[in-house]
Design a protein around this ligand. Sequence first.
Ligand code: SF4
Ligand code: SF4
Length: 216
Amino acid sequence: MIVTKRKQLDEIAAYIDSYKKFFLIGCYECASLCGTGDEVAIMTLKDWLHKEGKSVTGWFIAKTGCQILGTKKEISAYRELIDEAECIMVLSCGAGTQTLVEFFDGKPVIPVNDTLFIGNMRRFRDFEERCRACGECFLAITGVCVVTLCPKSMLNGPCGGYKDGKCEVNKERKCAWIIAFSILERKNLVEKFYESLLGPKDWSKANSPRTLAREK
Ligand code: SF4
Ligand code: SF4
């Protein structure tokens, strides 16, 4: 999932200073799981806007904010309420926000959240980055994503700096390769790992902006 965090209110306040009327748009996908795009997040923002002397003409939660065609279709039902607003505030990730930037040419579109990383929810609303979308997945060989969990993205084993199983860059964390080997051992894949030593990573596959047009 894409992990998001609501911006600090004083940062949001600076962006919306010159507007009075707002329409709010959330997202039912990752942002709802993060608590940054669901109904509770929208109501919290709405209450805060009222306290700041602003008004909200309406709100809705997109099924999948980053799905451009679907979101545009859903939004057409709110046209009048949106026309009344001076500014749109979006409670989704950066991709969902840009769906609305494209759609509302004549109005400012303000992101309420910061988009942090692709990760897993370990416990309720407790997230950890697990994938850097490197474009060339090695999980079959490494078991866990060492590209992400190792600060140096070491591909074929630990660097010389790990000590007592801890990472030299962040001593609070286990070395990513200690985690990787314990998983490979449990899955009987250590031998296979040694047979498949990885060459230099092709980072050009991670260059932005990337596109993908699937064959129909
Ligand atoms: S190897 Fe690349 S694609 Fe696979 S999980 Fe890690 S960052 Fe993501
Ligand atoms: S100690 Fe382990 S996790 Fe830390 S940088 Fe070195 S190989 Fe990567």
